[in-house]
Design a protein around this ligand. Structure first.
Ligand code: WQD
Length: 346
């Protein structure tokens, strides 16, 4: 994919909230590579300062960084006062499904109130271009597979997913009240993998909830074995099927979405960012072992509450309207994940 940054906006900057996080840091690398100037804010609640230095090391480029909580309106206004912001990519937010069930208030305050503070500040400074980090979780129990953007949303099964659904609705209402906004809502499927440098990647605190970081910790002998949540689903081998997408492909999708907003000037655009391929848990385990020449011991246990059998995207709309094509393979994802973990543990 080739994407050009309009040079007439050179002094203008892209504000990236949560830019030190897993998807945020990979997106900042692609934005800098594409010639954008950045302002990154992050409070390191689910990321590390090393990621900020890694972005600079990978790209050889510098940018403004503020360690701050985006809910702090005063500090957020200071960012807009001190920088010519042309658009915002909004990643900041809590994203652990299980934790959201235990602490719903924290999720609604941080994700929904925080987004409203951001949007209100953008409006005050006349910044009306936004790319929002949403999730396929907004589809809830899938109406059909593969999922298209017009499928029913809102049947979310956990507070995390509900915050994403609420923020999507807020964005739609803002656009319908003022069509000079340019808003791109990106629904991620299952982002995994890491930058080929091994300098940035998924590094969750504690015991991972998601499959790939868990497999990686087992392969790195940090955890004993993988528990596979059920092998009695109506799938080819009985284990859950998901649309895993390499985080670098996902990051490049954000650059394409930003270019779309620059080209269209305004509009409300919703895209599934997935590969359109479904892989089972056992597909992942076997591929990971083969590519990295490691063993991933596992045990089949009961289903995890709230899990669905099969979920993968129809990525046609993103391909036709953004030119988005996820090019990296499951092998790439497994290789890059393990490479990052080994580099981190050195
Ligand atoms: C994938 C498959 C599990 C862990 C979640 C969020 C979603 C998004 C991506 C943020 C399933 C199985 C998993 C394990 C297992 N996050 N599994 N053992 O549930 O599809 O999506 O992460 O936007 O919002 O819901 O991803 O990686 O947790 O599970 O067997 O230890 O792996 O049952 O089939 P999921 P996951």
């Amino acid at each position: 994919m080739v994407y050009l940054h309009s040079k007439d906006d050179d002094c203008m900057k892209i504000l990236v909230t949560g830019g030190a996080g897993y998807i945020g840091s990979h997106t900042c690398v692609e934005l800098l590579n594409a010639g954008f100037d950045l302002v990154i804010i992050d409070n390191f609640s689910n990321s590390k300062p090393e990621a900020v230095e890694a972005i600079k090391k990978i790209t050889g480029k510098d940018f403004k960084f503020y360690e701050m909580d985006y809910l702090n309106r005063e500090l957020l206004e200071k960012v807009f006062e001190e920088n010519e912001i042309s658009a915002v990519i909004h990643f900041a937010g809590y994203k652990a499904v299980g934790e959201s069930v235990e602490k719903p208030m924290d999720y609604y305050i941080n994700n929904v109130s925080g987004s409203l503070t951001l949007l209100n500040t953008m409006k005050k400074y006349g910044v009306k271009k936004l790319v929002f980090s949403s999730s396929a979780t907004v589809y809830g129990w899938p109406e059909k597979i593969p999922l298209t953007e017009d499928c029913h949303v809102g049947g979310t099964t956990n507070p995390y997913g509900t915050t994403k659904f609420f923020i999507e609705r807020i964005l739609e209402d803002i656009y319908h009240s003022d069509s000079t906004w340019g808003i791109a809502i990106l629904r991620y499927f299952n982002p995994i993998g890491a930058h080929e440098s091994g300098l940035i990647g998924e590094d969750p605190q504690g015991i991972p909830n998601n499959l790939m970081p868990y497999i990686t910790k087992v392969a790195s002998n940090e955890l004993e074995k993988l528990s596979i949540f059920g092998d009695d689903y109506d799938t080819k081998d009985g284990t859950g099927v998901r649309d895993y997408i390499h985080v670098v492909d996902l990051a490049k999708g954000h650059v394409l979405a930003l270019n779309k907003l620059e080209k269209e000037k305004s509009g409300l655009f919703i895209y599934n960012l997935g590969t359109g391929n479904g892989y089972s848990v056992l597909d992942m385990v076997k591929t990971y072992e083969r590519v990295n020449q490691v063993e991933v011991p596992y045990e089949i246990v009961g289903r995890r509450k709230g899990d669905i059998a099969i979920c993968y995207a129809d990525p046609t709309k993103a391909k036709e309207e953004l030119g988005f094509i996820a090019s990296k393979t499951l092998e790439d994802m497994c290789r890059d994940s393990y490479h990052f973990a080994r580099k981190k543990n050195r």
